[in-house]
Design a protein around this ligand. Structure first.
Ligand code: FES
Ligand SMILES: [Fe+2]
Length: 355
């Protein structure tokens, strides 16, 4: 399977809301597209093709003028927040050409995140960005790490997240726990927010927690519920709940965490990884977060090396699949189908144009 492609027709995280202050321009590359994100003086988020319609100058290099328009840094085309060119300094005496406007990308700001749809707006259908309520809720303490650039296809991160059998040996010495690889895996597939999702559930009773978890939650032996959920091409949600045996679901004793991972393709062999940890207690969130920089480095280390091996032709090479690979193989399949559907949609659109 060539791992150098990506889906365009999906919602991807462009960044945390706080990464986009008012009257500032940010240029990103999402799914191979040059994306401009602009929060206006009124606080509205807009997103456009980052190329000035005149001579392709990146508009993220431009300036917001006192009257709120975006001025291109090259010849000074000025755009309003709907992407319409409203002024061309070198020919103020002439009408503005009707094609002088920017191509918008659909953009949604919710739960403290900005999501962009880099593909064809006509293919959104009923897809909406998944909710991440803990990030915006005052009842949860969240620690979000700075975004990490991973020189690997984003699907490799999704597969890594859906497969916890790599905790030993890759994360040996911190979150490495070989025992959890033995917990039976239930798999649930459902369509949520207009997208096919895959979730693994590991339920276990009377489980002897590894030392780091016993320390985080204060229970050496627990009943535990642990899920990994690919909520779409852009987001994976991990949830763990534990309590002393027989007490799961009993609010005062139940402890746990929610970890979100957003994976935004930059191009076929690079992506941006954001990770945030949420728990009900600031102390617990910080204790869990303290282990993550090393864990993220280890994953990044592995993904980078894995990606390099995709440069070789298969030439008789085949991957071996294990019991624990079932979920990630479904994820792969779903993503491949979405990619294929996107290509078919693009081909149909260009055939229509020719006709
Ligand atoms: S490239 Fe933007 S005004 Fe010329
Ligand atoms: Fe990992």
């Amino acid at each position: 399977m060539p791992l150098n492609t990506f889906i365009e027709n999906a919602w991807f995280v462009a960044g945390r809301s706080s990464e986009f202050p008012a009257n500032q321009l940010k240029g990103l590359q999402i799914a191979g597209k040059p994306v401009l994100v602009w929060r206006t003086g009124e606080g509205k988020i807009a997103s456009f093709d980052n190329r000035c319609c005149h001579k392709r100058m990146p508009l993220s290099e431009g300036t917001i003028l006192p009257d709120g328009v975006l001025e291109c840094a090259y010849h000074g085309f000025c755009y309003d927040s709907s992407g319409q060119c409203v002024r061309i300094p070198s020919q103020l005496d002439l009408q503005i050409p009707s094609r002088a406007k920017l191509r918008p990308f659909p953009v949604v700001e919710q739960d403290g995140l900005v999501w962009v749809w880099p593909g064809n707006p006509a293919q959104i259908g009923d897809a909406v960005p998944p909710r991440t309520p803990e990030l915006a809720s005052p009842d949860w303490a969240t620690h979000m790490f700075d975004p990490v650039h991973v020189p690997a296809n984003y699907v490799l991160l999704i597969e890594n997240l859906m497969d916890i059998t790599h905790f030993y040996p890759l994360h040996d010495g911190n979150i490495g726990d070989i025992e959890q690889s033995k917990i039976p895996i239930e798999q649930v597939e459902e369509k949520l927010h207009g997208v096919q999702t895959v979730k693994t559930i590991r339920r276990v009773q009377g489980y002897k927690q590894p030392p780091f978890m016993a320390e985080w939650f204060g229970y050496p032996v627990v009943d535990r519920w642990h899920t990994h959920h690919m909520m779409g091409p852009g987001l994976t949600r991990v949830e763990l709940r534990c309590a002393p045996p027989g007490k799961l679901g009993n609010a005062p004793e139940e402890r746990g965490y929610v970890i979100h991972h957003s994976h935004t393709p930059i191009d076929g062999t690079n992506h941006t990884w954001r990770l945030w940890v949420s728990t009900r207690s600031e102390k617990l969130t910080e204790a869990i977060a303290a282990t993550f920089p090393v864990v993220m480095d280890e994953d990044r280390w592995a993904l980078e090396r894995q990606q390099k091996m995709f440069a070789y032709p298969d030439d008789g090479y085949h991957e071996v699949y294990l019991r624990a690979d079932k979920a990630l193989l479904r994820c792969r399949k779903i993503l491949e189908e979405m990619e294929r559907a996107g290509r078919a949609g693009a081909a149909a659109a260009s055939a229509q144009k020719v006709a």
